[in-house]
Write a protein that binds this ligand. Sequence first.
Ligand code: OGA
Ligand code: NM2
Ligand code: ZN
Length: 381
Amino acid sequence: MNNKEFTIKKVTLSSSSVNIAWEDNQISHFHFLWLRDNCPSNEHPDARQKIFNIINVSENIHPKKYFVNDIGNLEIIWSEGNYHSCYDAKWLKKHCYTIKNKQTYKSPYKFWESKFHKHLSKIKIEHDDIMKSDEALLKWLKLLIKYGFSIVKNSPIEKKSAFKILNRISHVRETFFKTPFEVINIPKPNNAAYTSAGLFNHTDLPYFEYAPGYQFLHCLINEAKGGDSSVVDGYAVADYIKKNIPNIFNQLINTPIKFKDNDYTQNKTRIIHSPIITLDENKDYSDIRFNISTVGAFDIHPNKMKKYYSSYRKFASLVHKKKFTVNFRLQAGDILCFDNRRVLHGRTSFDPNSGQRHLQGYYMDRDEILGRLNFLKKVEV
Ligand code: OGA
Ligand code: NM2
Ligand code: ZN
């Protein structure tokens, strides 16, 4: 039995839409073209992709006949081609754009600051639980969206062993650093990460047009003096700037700056211009792109340089402020997981002669996290 939410009380027609009054007193208007375009038989049953082209009907298409059938679904016989469509009432309600557009946007993100340090148990999750249960996997994915940050505890410490848990989500994003990339100090380093120097809070690979969505740093051993970790919620910083210094916020969302990589081991010179903060279609935060070590010489207009530098310096200063930084030390078997286009990360310098330090890094696209989450949540499309 359908409950009230999905039960059609009454159907009427207006000049361009089918209007449904539901038993829960909600009202939906479905445009004729929208209904014809979304007839379930338009989709290939196996390929699950549309095999109908909307330009094959006219803009004047309308129902010749419509009714609610005896199992409560909407049936329409169209004015063109005598075509018959049957719509599942539940599907219609769930996809109702009249209702959806009345709702105000609710951000999926929860911002955090330094104080979050006391609540890190919220974002910690056991390796073996994720391996064994889809429920734990779902919890992990939700943390990665909500906080953009999670620490997997008690993972094995064999080299490359993080592939197994990452493959519970999906495949990795390959880059020229290879997968995993080895975070150790090496002679003649081709990247600041491959030294024992401290790293300012940053997002990785801002010189890629499409910077990796997520990063996983698997700690195999951390026995050197120093090498402590820091993370900062870039969205929280952006939001602070938006609320407190809106003129600087406007600079940071509207001014593309140069990021570059000219790694001496590569035969590529990567150059990308992008603002530090980008927003999505809901004006929510989308990407933070920031790495002091990888900015090129700015080439913005001379009239704007001075003003831009003060915005840039403000951002750089806030992402290193105590107010926003969560500090901790990675332990062998931890996997530090974060949204690399939201959360900045850094480390203090370490003394390579005092003990060994080795992290293995992996990237994954946001598509994989979101797609897997939708699947496990059984989101209908
Ligand atoms: C990196 C990085 C952090 C660390 O490899 O990009 O930021 O703790 N490493 O070594
Ligand atoms: N590593 C760790 O953006 C960067 O160059 C950060 C990336 C070398 C893959 C470091
Ligand atoms: Zn990094």
